[in-house]
Design a protein around this ligand. Structure first.
Ligand SMILES: *[C@@H]1O[C@H](CO)[C@@H](O)[C@H](O)[C@H]1NC(C)=O
Ligand SMILES: *[C@@H]1O[C@H](CO)[C@@H](O)[C@H](O)[C@H]1NC(C)=O
Ligand SMILES: *[C@@H]1O[C@H](CO)[C@@H](O)[C@H](O)[C@H]1NC(C)=O
Ligand SMILES: *[C@@H]1O[C@H](CO)[C@@H](O)[C@H](O)[C@H]1NC(C)=O
Ligand SMILES: *[C@@H]1O[C@H](CO)[C@@H](O)[C@H](O)[C@H]1NC(C)=O
Ligand SMILES: *[C@@H]1O[C@H](CO)[C@@H](O)[C@H](O)[C@H]1NC(C)=O
Length: 376
């Protein structure tokens, strides 16, 4: 008996140290993960890192599924942190902007025929997880059309949390990995609210799988009063508007209020229509994309104009060519249910529905998240 168990022990330890077992463990990663592997995208240059993309259902009853695209780190991905990226809008796609125009490894060629490398990609330092959020944006969809009208910051955060926990069961190698949330523009709302949702979730679980280390926001929509004062000061100090227009905006606009006035509208319209001209306010030293200037709208009593640009401000047009290609969608495992409208960089219907929600006075919420996170 004793001999038998010694033999068994020996057998087990041999098994544990044998390469066969290592192979078996690797193969034991969920099959769905392999299904999501992207071998190569049409027109993509060869790369050494792995990519995965696909859907995670976040609400079965209403049929909400979020689309993700993971581009792993270029070296030692198993040692690098996981970084979630969210674009804003509300309604803009993280595939269009974050992945294809900002921090991701690929840029879309002008003709939409191929991809080329972004030498400033963040995947030299981290595994990048681009999420199209909320449902209805980009390739993420909902089977309940009313969801587009009532999708707010709260549900956006709740769905993103469900996404993360389910995604980590598909990708268990990322459980307990250092995790960061990042984003820009309206994600100034999404990012800290998701951080708070994760923080609360982690408090309810022992040994939580999401190892939240921090969050990053750029050009964040936080508080209309300060955001607007900063914007108009930026315009003026960069000689984009005259002294008279600067004074006129400050005298006529009350950015602490939810409502605009005719005088304020006139002053802002004068600045944008006659003084800023075709200068791309997001990137004043680079050419602007003339064909998309019609795509800018002013949001309520703010100075926000709804368009986000990179160095080539027409990139979202190239992206719309590329990501609507059936062969590209097939390679990405995107649009598998036959979404009844085209893929767009921003989805206007979501934008206008979300606009009535909390655009205002969000800065003080950062304070409460910060306080919550001192103990996290
Ligand atoms: C949405 O509906 C389509 C078509 O019925 C179905 O194939 C798909 O699974 C549904 N999505 C979700 C997330 O339930
Ligand atoms: C885009 O692709 C076309 C065709 O493959 C090629 O001729 C052109 O040089 C590419 N342009 C860029 C900017 O990569
Ligand atoms: C979000 O949810 C919290 C807790 O459920 C609630 O207190 C808050 O009012 C909600 N906010 C919005 C904008 O719905
Ligand atoms: C803003 O306008 C709405 C509708 O036009 C009105 O109901 C509300 O009282 C106004 N708010 C302020 C602070 O003036
Ligand atoms: C912009 O809008 C104007 C007025 O609706 C229209 O005449 C013009 O063709 C549009 N330009 C572009 C590039 O779409
Ligand atoms: C999804 O695919 C259908 C064809 O099956 C296409 O008509 C539609 O434009 C696509 N939608 C998106 C969002 O990619």
């Amino acid at each position: 008996m004793a001999v038998q168990s010694t033999a068994l022990l020996l057998f087990l330890s041999l098994l544990l140290s044998s390469p066969v077992i290592i192979f078996t463990l690797a193969a034991a990663l969920p099959r769905e993960q392999e299904t999501d592997r992207v071998s190569a995208l049409p027109g993509q240059p060869p790369v050494a890192f792995s990519q995965f993309s696909g859907y995670v259902t976040v609400n079965k009853q209403e049929g909400r599924a979020l689309f993700y695209w993971l581009t792993e780190a270029t070296s030692s991905p198993e040692k690098k942190p996981l970084l979630l990226w969210l674009n804003g809008g509300p309604g803009c796609s993280s595939v269009a902007y974050g992945a294809s125009e900002e921090i991701g490894p690929f840029r879309v060629n002008k003709t939409g025929s191929s991809l080329y490398m972004n030498k400033y990609s963040w995947n030299t330092e981290a595994n990048l997880l681009f999420l199209e959020s909320p449902a209805g944006v980009g390739f993420s969809y909902t089977n309940t059309s009313s969801n587009l009208k009532d999708s707010g910051d709260n549900r956006t955060a709740a769905d993103a949390l469900v996404f993360l926990t389910r995604w980590m069961s598909r990708f268990p190698q990322y459980q307990h990995r250092d995790f960061y949330i990042s984003g820009e523009s309206y994600a100034g709302h999404y990012v800290p609210q998701l951080a708070k949702a994760i923080h609360d979730y982690n408090k309810r679980h022992s040994n939580p799988i999401i190892n939240l280390k921090g969050f990053i926001v750029g050009n964040a929509v936080t508080d209309n009063y300060y955001d607007s004062l900063g914007t108009v000061a930026y315009w003026w100090t960069h000689s984009l508007i005259s002294d008279a227009t600067y004074k006129s905006i400050l005298n006529n606009c009350n950015f602490a209020s939810d409502n605009s006035s005719n005088q304020c509208d006139d002053a802002v319209n004068y600045a944008t229509n006659y003084e800023l001209g075709n200068i791309d306010a997001y990137s004043i030293y680079t050419p602007s994309c003339l064909s998309s200037t019609n795509g800018t709208i002013r949001v309520k009593n703010t100075l926000l104009r709804r368009r986000i640009s990179g160095y080539d401000p027409c990139t979202e047009n190239y992206a719309e060519k590329y990501y609507n290609r059936p062969d590209v969608q097939k390679a990405l495992h995107a649009n598998v249910t036959g979404i009844p409208y085209k893929w767009t960089a921003c989805r206007l219907s979501i934008q206008s529905d979300l606009l009535s929600l909390i655009l205002f006075h969000f800065l003080r919420k950062y304070q409460s998240f910060y306080v919550a996170c001192i103990v996290c």
